[in-house]
Write a protein that binds this ligand. Structure first.
Ligand code: PLP
Length: 394
């Protein structure tokens, strides 16, 4: 029933008053036909740009054949997706779900079941980090712990110990015989494109090995080619036990997954987990089409090369502006700029100038162009960045 005190859409987002009508490659078009260069990619989701012809074709063909059957039955598209993720990663087994938070939930259940199956059900503690973001479910907000996410939602799920970011001594103290797992983003996304130094991740792997606890990477944002490798942990040279992915996996179609070694997944037996929608033929057909593109010879090498060029260009812009951009960080096509002025203000100016970015914590603006971006579009985006920030500094 209509009630004028609340909009019909629950008002949980601070939405920008802008409606996009159409997307093509790196570009979005609003209702008046104004073009925007999309360095947001729907928050690292449309990794192959908008309406990639190969993805459109896969979706349309599958849509005309079969959308959904239950996981009561074998689903060949899901089997193919899992086979390919296994063939191209550390993982030996995969569960397909619908979103990032759901993948994180699954990882947490896998970790708990691992120790339960080993006869150590008391080994439940999961170590996480301040500034993390793992999604919006109760387990995911409990794992991240920030007040912004958890306020009003208590009681939280117990069993998480949240450590300061980059404090190795605290890690040494926290990881003990009661620790079940460590859950970490190799590069914090919402936290402001904060990479964990490779040496820290390597030391973390050693700490986990010493205590036998599982190392879980949240690669929901860093995965699927974003850093120039299929998964960011490859770039850091650290082997995980479990990895959550989502965002880029479906190129805009909702799908997530968690992947694990056989050992880590030893508690995931029949009946341990499930999902109605997870891994249905339509979602998996699209995710397979994403992999067709990403696994093609040379594609990820090109992403790495474009990422290096992009970061160099953004660093040059920052150097020329002298202070408007205080720091440039990130890897591949996942770059963050820490702005001197409030990041939301800068994002609005860039948007007006036709460049879309995504604000993050720590007064950072995220630049997450599609992996298919051209060098010319990189130059164009950096020119808008330079002009807009220079105009405001003058
Ligand atoms: C976006 C994100 C999530 C949550 O994904 P949803 O699909 O929104 O549930 C979890 N972890 C990280 C690192 C993310 O960036």
């Amino acid at each position: 029933m209509r009630n004028s005190s609340i909009p019909s859409l629950m008002p949980v987002y601070n939405r920008i008053d802008l409606v996009f009508e159409r997307g093509e490659g790196s570009w979005l078009f609003d209702r008046r036909g104004k073009a925007y260069l999309d360095f947001g990619s729907g928050i690292a989701v449309t990794g192959l740009g908008h309406c990639h012809p190969h993805l459109v074709k896969a979706l349309q063909e599958q849509a005309a054949k079969l959308w959904h059957v239950s996981n009561l039955y074998r689903i060949e598209q899901q089997e193919k997706l899992a086979d390919r993720l296994v063939a191209n990663s550390f993982a030996e087994t995969v569960f397909v779900c619908n979103s990032g938070a759901e993948a994180i939930e699954g990882c947490i259940k896998l970790v708990r079941r691992y120790w339960w199956a080993k006869g150590r059900p008391e080994r439940t503690k999961i170590v996480t980090f301040e500034g993390a973001f793992h999604g919006r479910t109760m387990a995911a907000i409990s794992a991240a712990g920030s007040k912004k996410l958890t306020e009003g939602c208590e009681p939280l799920l117990p069993g998480f110990e949240i450590l300061p970011f980059g404090d190795h001594a605290a890690l040494e103290r926290a990881i003990g015989p009661e620790t079940a797992a460590v859950l970490v983003e190799p590069i914090q996304g919402e936290g402001g494109i904060r990479p964990v130094p490779a040496s820290c991740l390597q030391a973390l792997r050693e700490l986990c090995d010493r205590q036998g606890c599982l190392l879980v990477f949240d690669e929901v944002q860093t995965g699927m080619g974003r850093t120039g490798k299929l998964f960011a942990h490859e770039a850091f040279g650290v082997r995980p036990d479990v990895v959550a992915i989502a965002k880029g996996l479906g190129g805009g179609f909702p799908i997530g997954a968690f992947m694990a070694t056989a050992e880590a997944a030893s508690g995931m037996t029949a009946g341990a987990h499930g999902s109605t929608f997870g891994g249905n033929p339509l979602a998996c057909a699209v995710a397979n089409a994403v992999l067709d593109v990403m696994l093609a010879e040379g594609f990820l090498d090109q992403v790495a090369a474009k990422g290096a060029l992009f970061k160099r260009r953004v660093e040059e812009v920052a150097a020329r502006l002298g202070g408007a951009i205080q720091e440039v960080r990130g890897l591949g096509l996942m770059v963050g700029i820490k702005t001197a002025r409030p990041n939301g203000e800068v994002a609005a100016e860039l948007r007006a100038a036709g460049l879309l970015t995504v604000p993050a914590a720590d007064n950072v603006l995220r630049l997450l162009p599609p992996l298919t971006i051209s060098e010319a579009e990189i130059e164009q985006g950096c020119a808008i960045l330079a002009e807009t920030l220079r105009a405001k500094a003058a």
